[in-house]
Design a protein around this ligand. Sequence first.
Ligand SMILES: [Zn+2]
Length: 630
Amino acid sequence: MTALNRCFALALVLLVIQPSRSFAAESKAAAASRAESAAAAVAVPPSAYNAHPKLAVLLVIDQFREDYLERYRADFKGRGFKLFLDKGAYFPDCYYDYANTMTAPGHSTIGTGAYSNGHGIAGNEWWDLSRNAKHPVTSVEDERYALVGVPVGGKTAPGSSPRNLRASTVGDELRLATAGQARVFGVSLKDRAAILPSGQAANAAYWLDQKSGAFITSTYYAAQLPDWAAAFNASGRAAQATQEAAAFSAAHGLKESAYGGKSFYGFVGSTPAANAYELDFARALILGEKLGVEQPGTPPVTDMITISLSANDILGHAVGPDSEAEHAMVDSLDSDLDGFFSWLDAHVDGGLGNVWIALTADHGVAPVPANAAKLGMNAATIDVEKLVANLNEAMNAKFSPGEKVNYLFDSQELPLLALDQPSFERAGINEQEAEQAVLDALPPAVQALGAPPETAGDGPKSGSEPAKPAVPSQTRLPPVPTLVRAYSRQQLASGSYPGGEFGQLLTHSYSPNGGWYVMVVFADYQLEASGGGTNHFSPWSYDRHVPLGFYGAPFAPGIYHGRVGPVDLAATWASLLGINQPSAAVGRILTEAIKPAAAIAYPKPTAASPARIRPERGLAAAKPAKAAQP
Ligand SMILES: [Zn+2]
């Protein structure tokens, strides 16, 4: 980057950041002026091929249970969450239709409109011995590429890519339908949450170098960071976020070690400062890449950005959904979204009327087990390390008496228990026998987790009965770890399990990735939780319940009750954009929330710039663009 370019880009970044802090004050007047110009809107059917809308923003909040929006609704101000609740089409009963409620599958499902059995991503990481025998591979790590933009001295290998994504996203279809003219980007603190929802044909995805807080990418997308991204990283914005995070942590008594320790990702990432930081990077991207701006010599098309806000998940794991810090995070995010939407209103030609925004989440979360147990729920904490030790002991007793072979890996990601295939094969055991042996050993191994402290540690005692109390208990007894169901990989692959709604959840969760394994379902509200926190991974409602909201010209404002799924988002957008649904999409088009064609109106483009985000944004105190009242 030349010095002049860097200087210009830096000035741009700083100007971009400014409006995010000050826009709230002027938004009332701007809204009033827009209300007067509502008549300027003209009826136009939505279409990707003539830039209606100019920009589609897919907003994902990581670990965001729908009931937050009900619980804290009285707090919301401006046009943050209320843009969807009051001005958009909002679906409060949106539930994931699968059992593996984690970040990578959730983001893949949002982008592709398909489940794990369609897009292939069933977990955040899994064992793939053909690629790595030492540790599980993540859903997006890819040793064929290198990371780009990591500060000097940091690790650039392995790179990342959407190599495991086996279905196209709505962004991919937008790129394909317009022969690459539509531009698609992904942003998140997490690599998987930037890469998976944006897809294989995305122009770029950006995520965090966890240590420094710099935004990075991978050579899959580009050999170097664009000037605007390098300028953002050099702007001092990360230091500002660190200061803001320190203030939040102090005010809410968060310990540095609660989640992720001292890294930027862990420390800043578990506070609202990370959401503001990430949204400022999105602003810099929209300006730097001129998203929504007509490319010279080509017709206008719809551009798209996926933004996954990670902070809620990082904090949520540490303190749980019912904490006062989580409440503060939700309120702060409301205010940051208000700022971001107002910024879009002021910077996209024609205002928010020319933008679509969808809001959802990748999964919900369970209450902290101890809190649920206090209310009487059977919310036991599962000690996975001990469970694996119990199972290894049982496998040794069966297949290699007197030895200490590790038949299960020590790194596990629930709901799957991964089996070390070579260990079994050395003992002459095939997959069917191995998985059946683990299924047989699971009930006593789980029962042993609930043994009273004095006998715990003696290992599994199969057939041991819980001691009968001499007198009826006068208080509620402590929760007991309970296995509800377990299935082998082979059972899941062949669909040989009971049908019904639960069977559907299992069908949707299957992917061939991960070698030999057994899937476990513990009783509801039971989970692995380290350090007093909580988690999400189960087929139970609290992990599956997320918001689904649409804002934009084609959507009839209202609250729509009734079960819908995150798979419906990509299908609905694809239908309205006039493009093919993603390759494995199974979602339903939410026709109940779509206006009749004649009632869909977009703001008239300004005469000077028919289809562009004003390039002079921020450099002059430009008046807000004319738009229909959002
Ligand atoms: Zn999480």
